[in-house]
Design a protein around this ligand. Structure first.
Ligand SMILES: NC(=O)c1ccc[n+]([C@@H]2O[C@H](COP(=O)([O-])OP(=O)(O)OC[C@H]3O[C@@H](n4cnc5c(N)ncnc54)[C@H](O)[C@@H]3O)[C@@H](O)[C@H]2O)c1
Ligand SMILES: [Fe+2]
Length: 370
């Protein structure tokens, strides 16, 4: 038995950004974006067609932090009336920030904060609608109902997950991604790749999530190495954007699993960018799934073109090495003991519990790779 539910209206394709004002209609809006020239130019294009926004929050930094979000939401609360829609123009940090603002606009930031820290009921929220316009091909946040919130002061990572946070619409225009430099193209692409694999080795996988995940993983392995060498190739950008979207649709059902659970302290404590932190462990994880006899094993084999175990690990090592991504924890400042401690605590985390594999097998796999 399985269900599938994803209510986001998706427009995909080069030039789809032009449909934004039509999707917005006569509603007033607030724009959330980055503090750079590219974002300002796109914001100006929106304003020409849709009129000026009631508020612009354009100081979104990578990895939305609790303290910054609290300051930013105060600007929304200072408006006489809340905007009718939030346009999130940017990558995961922008879309996730917009989700926090959407939840806090009516209920207040204190309610969001206590929900994040103590997990009380979700029915107190009635989030504002969001139109998500991703400028990275990675997080899939445009089709998920959750946001990652970082608290660097407390050394913690939270997930704001509310059914009302699915964006109303996602406008995925690969032409907006051509400006991504190589490192960002690779790290965001690997984030999407990790979402695909994480939704396969996941207790919540369904035939539909597996279908999206297998298609996404195969496509990313084929496209990303070529895209990394041809950053201006719009066709490869489009294929990567679609694959990241499919990975998003897969893990919108399952959430992520052990690789993401391991990654959060690595980002918080070692400053490793999300897409690398959640993907350099994929070969070790695939090796630890040797002999897995389930739909997850079959899907993994279809995705990687290699049997779970050392064959899949070798395939993944080769893929990451083409992208110049190391799989050695030491290269990220983590010693052997530290890595094993991270893995043990990752199994205790909410995402770690989604994973179908075993802790002992993963530790053994990491040791064998040394
Ligand atoms: N909600 C989810 O489902 C989900 C899933 C995975 C990751 N995340 C979160 O998303 C965040 C990462 O998002 P991200 O990887 O999309 O990056 P990002 O939004 O953090 O942006 C990283 C950098 O890329 C730049 N950038 C973005 N688009 C660009 C473009 N088109 N051209 C040039 N530069 C551009 C930005 O200015 C920024 O400096 C993390 O906080 C992560 O935890 C959320
Ligand atoms: Fe991710």
């Amino acid at each position: 038995m399985w269900t599938y539910w994803n209510p986001v209206q998706i427009s995909f394709g080069s030039g789809s950004f032009d449909q934004l004002s039509e999707r917005l209609g006569a509603r007033n809006y607030m724009l959330v974006t980055y503090p750079d020239v590219f974002a300002a130019q796109l914001g100006a294009q929106i304003a020409v067609k849709a009129g000026p926004p009631v508020l612009v929050i354009d100081d979104i930094a990578p990895n939305p932090d609790m303290a910054a979000l609290e300051r930013q939401i105060a600007r929304v609360k200072a408006l006489a009336t809340a905007p009718e829609v939030i346009i999130a123009l940017g990558g995961g940090s922008v879309i996730d920030s917009a989700k926090v603002f959407a939840a806090a606009a009516r209920s207040g930031f204190a309610a969001v904060k206590s929900h994040l820290c103590e997990k009380p009921a979700t029915d107190q929220f009635s989030p504002l609608p969001i139109i998500a316009v991703p400028t990275t091909a990675g997080t899939g946040s445009e089709v998920t109902s959750w946001a990652t919130v970082w608290d660097s002061a407390a050394g913690k990572k939270y997930s704001l997950a509310l059914p009302g946070l699915y964006p109303e619409a996602a406008i995925v225009d690969p032409a907006l991604m051509v400006s991504k430099p190589r490192d960002l193209t690779v790290s965001t692409g690997l984030d999407a790749f990790s979402h695909a694999l994480e939704s396969i080795w996941n207790h919540h996988a369904t035939p539909v999530s597996r279908m999206y995940a297998v298609a996404a993983a195969r496509e990313i392995m084929s496209v990303l190495p070529r895209l990394a060498e041809n950053l201006n190739d719009l066709e490869l950008r489009a294929r990567m954007a679609q694959a990241a979207l499919f990975a998003g649709m897969a893990f919108s059902m399952t959430k992520t699993a052990i690789a993401h659970s391991i990654s959060y302290p690595i980002t918080l404590n070692h400053g490793v960018i999300h897409g690398i932190a959640c993907s350099f462990t994929l070969p070790a994880i695939a090796r630890s799934l040797e002999g897995i006899n389930s739909p997850a094993g079959t899907a993994l084999q279809e995705a990687l073109g290699a049997r779970p175990g050392s064959e899949a690990a070798d395939r993944l090592e080769a893929f990451l090495s083409t992208l110049n991504v190391s799989t050695a924890p030491g290269d990220y400042g983590i010693d052997n003991e530290g890595m094993e401690a991270l893995v043990s605590s990752a199994f205790e985390g909410e995402r770690g519990k989604n994973y179908v594999g075993q802790q002992a097998a993963l530790i053994k796999s990491l040791r064998s790779a040394r």
